[in-house]
Design a protein around this ligand. Structure first.
Ligand code: BJW
Length: 231
């Protein structure tokens, strides 16, 4: 199983959340933008911010890290990718079996009620059924994660033999707890991150560097002999 965070999309040009210089939240305060309260207070500000991020995500291309994980899925008999990212880049890289723990920025929900998306007016940002604002279908702080997604992630972490934690600061729960479930159930925990995190000292293996460089090397060395032409 692999759990990914914003760091895997950094090499596609998308800002991470907490990196000091480039993180999205070094420019914006999260509580002003990524909570239901913020949306209620100022739906236009929050919607504009998400529209900008949606555009950045659409312009971005999957990088060698995303592609290596898609390759890993093809080579391993049972593999689950769990992502905290909302950018859709894993799917575009070809990963088939995936759990999006924090939703997807390219989908919408009605902020007021559980209305059907058939009646969403995306241009106006309104739900035709009840008149409510449309919000991105992502998980904000204080909100429950999608039940099915969380259950699959927990099951995957408890059953896996190897757990990769890639490009995540491991500070946001419940995702930050998944490696511990894996370890408690006997899995080997491998971290790939350009900086150290709270997980680093506890992981069985820790690779310090960019996911887009380390993952292709890892896949090449473990699964693809050089005689086969490499990755
Ligand atoms: C590279 C790299 C390269 C850079 N290569 N690496 C238990 C204890 C304490 C608190 C809680 C708890 N359980 C729940 C909570 C509350 C809260 C929480 O976790 N708070 C903590 C901050 C303390 N969690 C929640 O509210 C969650 N809901 C919940 O639990 O519901 C039940 C409940 C409700 C109320 C009370 C209690 C329980 C919901 C969490 C939702 C998170 N949402 C966001 C926004 C999504 C929408 C959007 O995109 O706008 O998800 S926040 C943001 O953080 C986003 C990310 O998915 C998430 C994780 O961030 P990530 O991916 O790790 O990014 P960064 O920037 O932090 O790290 C990037 C890493 O990459 C760094 O380490 C770099 O070094 C590295 N890197 N380039 C490799 N090239």
């Amino acid at each position: 199983m692999a759990l990914t965070g914003a760091g895997i999309s950094a090499e596609s040009g998308l800002a991470t959340f907490r990196d000091a210089q480039t993180g999205l939240w070094s420019k914006f305060r999260p509580e002003e933008l990524a909570t239901a309260e913020a949306f209620q207070r100022n739906p236009t500000l929050v919607s504009d911010w998400y529209a900008w991020r949606r555009e950045q995500a659409l312009k971005a291309q999957p990088n060698p890290g995303h592609l290596a994980l898609a390759e890993m899925e093809r080579r391993v008999s049972e593999f689950l990718l769990v992502t905290q990212n909302v950018d859709g880049l894993h799917e575009r890289a070809g990963t088939k079996q995936m759990v999006e723990l924090h939703g997807n920025i390219h989908r919408f929900r009605c902020f007021e009620n559980d209305c059907s998306s058939e009646n969403f007016d995306l241009d106006k940002g309104r739900c035709r059924s009840c008149g409510g604002h449309l919000r991105p279908a992502v998980v904000w702080f204080g909100e429950m994660l999608p039940v099915d997604a969380l259950e699959s992630a927990i099951k995957g972490s408890e059953e896996c033999d190897v757990f990769f934690s890639i490009g995540t600061s491991s500070v946001v729960y419940p995702a930050a707890d998944l490696w511990r479930r894996a370890k408690n159930n006997g899995a080997i925990v491998v971290e790939i991150n350009k900086d150290s995190t709270t997980l680093t000292a506890l992981a069985d293996y820790s690779f310090r560097g960019k996911a887009g460089q380390i993952l292709p090397q890892l896949v090449r060395q473990v699964w693809i002999p050089e005689s086969a032409g490499g990755l």
